[in-house]
Design a protein around this ligand. Sequence first.
Ligand code: PMP
Length: 394
Amino acid sequence: MFETLPHPKPDAILAQMAPFKVDTRPDKMNLGVGVYMNDKGETIILDSVKEAERRLLEQETTKTYVGLAGDVAYNEAMKEIVFGDAAPAGRVYGLQAPGGSGSLRVLAELMARMRPNAKVWVSTPTWPNHYALLKTGNIEIAEYPYFDPETCSVDFDAMTAKLRTLGSDDVVILHGCCHNPTGANLSPAQWDEVAEIAVETGFLPFFDIAYQGFGDGLEEDAYGVRKFASTVKEMLVAVSCSKNFGIYRDRVGCAFVMGGTEETATLANENIQNIARGMYSMPPDHGASVVRIIWQDPELRQQWMDELKTMCTRMTSLRNLLAESFRKQGGGDRFDFVAVHRGMFSLLGLTPEQVDKLRQDHAIYMIGDSRVNIAGMQEQNIDRFVAAVLEVTQ
Ligand code: PMP
């Protein structure tokens, strides 16, 4: 029967890892794959994570199942990290899930149970895997305007004009911070406005927050989620710890439901646990325990926050250096947006041909839509990168 299977379309992001590996040019640059790298191009394990793992190894007494919701103390820790003080008492429940992806999937199933004919709206563009993770049953996926390629910033007027036309059968995916792939984000005032629109129209906000702490800081990056938590009645939030704890392969995430009342929140919580049961039953525990141990210990928490800040500061300073180098090398202010963008990614606004040329002529690898991983750069190769971009765009 297997011969009847279709060939799935290769994942654009994963597909370019292989050619990079076999490229023998010594100055090749990997700006494709979405993992944080330090100034030596390595994706290391954070010291706070290593220490928590040591403690876990010593303290762990059982490998029995953790329960349907996962580790309740981990869910509590995640609630504090993401919601701060903004979670309305008794109305928010978390479910430990395998990564941000697993969280998105569980919540997508919940959405389909509540609203079998819902339309779910993603930004143009969005993380491509959103389409696969959100597609279920009769759910239709549609796009709202987000990125203006002319200015490389958010087209807020077009975005809000579309959102104002939605209603209670619509679900809107919002990147909590550090938009992937564009790097262009909403300001606090713009979040306030979108929250008001959610209240007026009744659409269901569905946050995806995968880079908290990679933008302007751990608290600052949660502004949107927290604003919504104190403004709207109901919402969904999918969280990933892959990036900010650097525990990608451990698969750590959390799916949150916020209900309008304690009863409806409990009902939604019963449903996400039931959905998880039918999908993978119980989440993997190791990475979530690490996050819990770090958050519960004041010293480890501080160490993690310092390490997160180091990652964040490195990306912001690379952004400033990039914009500076573009100006210095005759690119004018055209690329200033790189310094305004936040998070690991920026969409440079290059054509697929220009992206190909960068790979062929300069051994610079980025995603076909011209998304670059800022963390993949090193200070010493910024000028070379900028010269290459200017060469292919002029
Ligand atoms: N959402 C966004 C926007 C992402 O970029 C990612 C990771 N690339 C995720 C969710 C999911 O991350 P993970 O499943 O690895 O935790």
